[in-house]
Design a binder for this molecule. Structure first.
Ligand SMILES: O=C(O)CCC(=O)C(=O)O
Length: 289
């Protein structure tokens, strides 16, 4: 794809992506944006939406609730952010970051999930380590020169300056290795090879679904907030909704609509398998039209 006028990875970023399976991009959101999104998280925790109901739902499933814990320092894990504010829609193809997503994944992609997570301090949560995409993707790894099946952009909204502060924790290079599942071997945020990343509010981590990763415990004294945006190849489905909401689609640019699955024609066999003829052009257009 011609990436003219779009940002691409530097050579050292490309090498880090291939070798380590993740990138840390500094200062992606400015301080006003950080406080805007942080306030939005405080606001939407009081609104209805999808949250995990541990012990009541099957693994990794979310339930519709009236609100999360209203305490802004408490745990929250809200899915499907797009309906809550135009800014969550616009973050889908934020210039700078989305350019790099395209460079890493190629142009035949969709947007598959949005999420806001607050990791409370001192709640005894030990952290955990996993790969993304459920049971099947755990067994799918790509080579260092291949486009990934799925990646996530994680926007940090809190400074994380010490260990065990809810740090995004990675095992560099693990995206190329099977995830150990037998008892006693499942990795954790304190296991050999774990790197608890530090960062500033506004930084963004891009990482492969196959990377062993997850949150460290948070004993920092304050909650850690993040936003997560997930992208996948078009033959893989989105998993925040059965179909995108019309009121969200109505507020999207053509590129955002395409990323949410609007091909410009009714579904027919072959759709999403081979892409519309204008796919590359749509992916390369400006975010706001
Ligand atoms: O750091 C977190 O809170 C969780 C991020 C994570 O593991 C994920 O998005 O898969």
């Amino acid at each position: 794809m011609n990436q003219k006028n779009m940002k691409t990875l530097t050579e050292s970023q490309r090498e880090q992506w291939a070798v380590d399976g993740y990138l840390q991009l500094e200062g992606v959101l400015d301080p006003d944006e950080v406080s805007f999104f942080s306030n939005e998280i405080d606001r939407i925790r009081n609104l209805p939406g999808y949250e995990p109901l541990f012990d009541k739902m099957p693994l990794g499933h979310y339930a519709w609730v009236e609100h999360a814990d209203p305490d802004p320092e408490a745990f929250m894990d809200r899915r499907d952010l797009l309906p809550y504010h135009q800014a969550f829609i616009d973050l889908i193809d934020r210039p700078g970051i989305f350019d790099l997503v395209l460079d890493i994944m190629g142009p035949y992609i969709q947007f598959s999930m949005s999420q806001a997570i607050v990791r409370a301090s001192g709640d005894g949560f030990p952290g955990y380590t996993h790969t993304d995409g459920g049971e099947a993707q755990r067994h799918i790894r790509v080579t260092e020169t291949s486009w990934p099946i799925a990646i996530k952009a994680m926007y940090l909204l809190t400074d994380v300056t010490e260990k065990d502060s809810g740090n995004f924790t990675v095992f560099p290079g693990s995206h190329m290795r099977p995830f150990p599942e037998s008892r006693g071997r499942v990795p954790n945020p304190h296991a050999p090879g774990a790197v608890q990343l530090k960062g500033k509010a506004g930084d963004c981590y891009l990482f492969s679904h196959a990377l062993w990763h997850g949150p460290a415990p948070n004993n920092s004294g304050s909650a850690r907030k993040t936003l997560l945006y997930n992208y996948c190849q078009m033959f893989v489905r989105w998993y925040d909704f059965a179909a995108p909401r019309k009121d969200v689609m109505d507020r999207c640019t053509p590129r955002q609509r395409r990323l949410l699955g609007d091909l410009g024609y009714e579904f027919r066999p072959g759709s999403y398998f081979y892409v519309p003829e204008d796919q590359e052009a749509v992916m390369r257009q400006a975010a706001v039209t």
